[in-house]
Design a protein around this ligand. Structure first.
Ligand SMILES: [Zn+2]
Ligand SMILES: [Zn+2]
Length: 363
């Protein structure tokens, strides 16, 4: 009896697995996006958190201020990983958009899946994202690794086409600043679609706790890159405010430095551990932990990178779209895209870094 039950359960599981794989492999199927939309105002956010239907009670989220090492799986409890997760939380932002672009298509590219908020007039939408900061001195840039060369092309220096700060204030000044910071915000294209939406976007930093005094809102964004097909958007904000620029640049550097310590320990491991930090429903920042399930190749980018789509189990809710998805076992740049089933979520199409050992395992 026991054997026949377990084998039928097993075959059911296999079937389910195959179906999930097929669903993902088609690459044309989208689940439910996870942007929160309100027609009310900010006071509605708490009501939406409390009446959540996807994860009632939010038991699978850890408010970042209450995160301790004991929340991590036993074999992963170490100071560096713990500090890394906190540092990643510091560069995670809440994204609030108050305009729906008339340019939103009716469907996701090459599908019949409705494109979020297309043709609607929703007053306020909330998603998540992450910042990356570059520092510029007289036009020469330094990325968050402190390097002056491009991430994808190591021989190419980071150089702006302008030699002084391009902010509005400096544009009107006889003495524009020679040092400035460019703050990039990475999110999904279905969160911020184009320039019209970018100028109506506010990113809130350090929204970890209600009333936290350090909370900082940034606006005046432009779009530096967008791909509707891969569902990725990069926004840019420029500042020559030394205290803000320095603070955010240091936060961004700290993440890179901690990754340098954490990555060698885990990148060749079989670890399925993943995590993401997001703002469910636009409320305070929450950490969710889980496992990644599949990392499906969509397209080869070059000899070092492939574009893939991930599925994973960490908890997400409306408001989580655009959050960076981190996996310990391999290096990638995936952003949260939506939910396929109650406990399986998926990413947008983004890169996975290939190493020889990973090549065989994931692609
Ligand atoms: Zn929720
Ligand atoms: Zn300036």
């Amino acid at each position: 009896m026991g054997t026949s039950w377990s084998s039928s359960a097993e075959s059911e599981q296999n079937n389910e697995r195959r179906m999930k794989k097929q669903k993902l492999l088609s690459k044309k199927t989208f689940g439910h996006h996870e942007v929160e939309g309100y027609n009310g105002d900010d006071t509605d956010i708490q009501n939406h958190v409390e009446s959540c239907r996807k994860n009632p009670g939010h038991a699978n989220f850890i408010p970042i201020t209450r995160f301790t090492q004991t929340d991590l799986p036993e074999d992963l409890r170490d100071d560096t990983l713990y500090e890394l997760i906190k540092a990643i939380s510091d560069i995670t932002v809440r994204i609030r958009v108050t305009k729906v672009s008339p340019g939103r298509p009716q469907f996701f590219p090459n599908t019949e899946d409705p494109y979020p908020f297309s043709g609607t007039n929703v007053k306020m939408r909330l998603g998540s994202g992450e910042i990356d900061v570059y520092k510029f001195i007289k036009g020469w840039g330094y990325n968050s690794q402190g390097r002056s060369s491009n991430f994808f092309d190591k021989d190419k220096a980071i150089e702006a086409t302008y030699k002084a700060c391009p902010c509005e204030k400096c544009g009107q000044s006889d003495k524009p600043k020679e040092v400035w910071w460019e703050i990039f915000v990475y999110t999904a294209a279905h969160v911020v679609f184009d320039e019209i939406e970018a100028i109506n976007t506010t990113c809130t930093l350090l929204y970890d706790n209600k009333g936290r005094p350090e909370t900082k809102a940034l606006n005046k964004f432009s779009v530096s890159y967008v791909s509707v097909e891969y569902d990725k958007c990069e926004l840019k904000h420029v500042t020559c405010d030394v205290s803000l620029g320095d603070k955010l640049y240091k936060m961004s550097r700290r993440c890179c430095d901690l990754w340098e310590e954490v990555r060698p320990k885990h990148c060749r491991s079989q670890s399925k551990f993943m995590f993401l930090v997001s703002h469910p429903h636009g409320g305070i920042k929450q950490l969710s932990l889980g496992e990644w399930r599949e990392n499906e190749k969509v397209k080869k980018l070059d000899k070092n990178f492939v574009l893939t789509k991930l599925t994973y189990t960490a908890g997400t809710c409306p408001g989580s779209s655009g959050a960076h998805v981190y996996c310990l076992g391999f290096r990638g740049g995936h952003l949260h895209g939506g939910a396929l089933e109650p406990n399986i979520n998926y990413s947008c199409v983004l890169y996975t870094y290939k190493t020889k050992s990973q090549h065989r395992r994931y692609i």
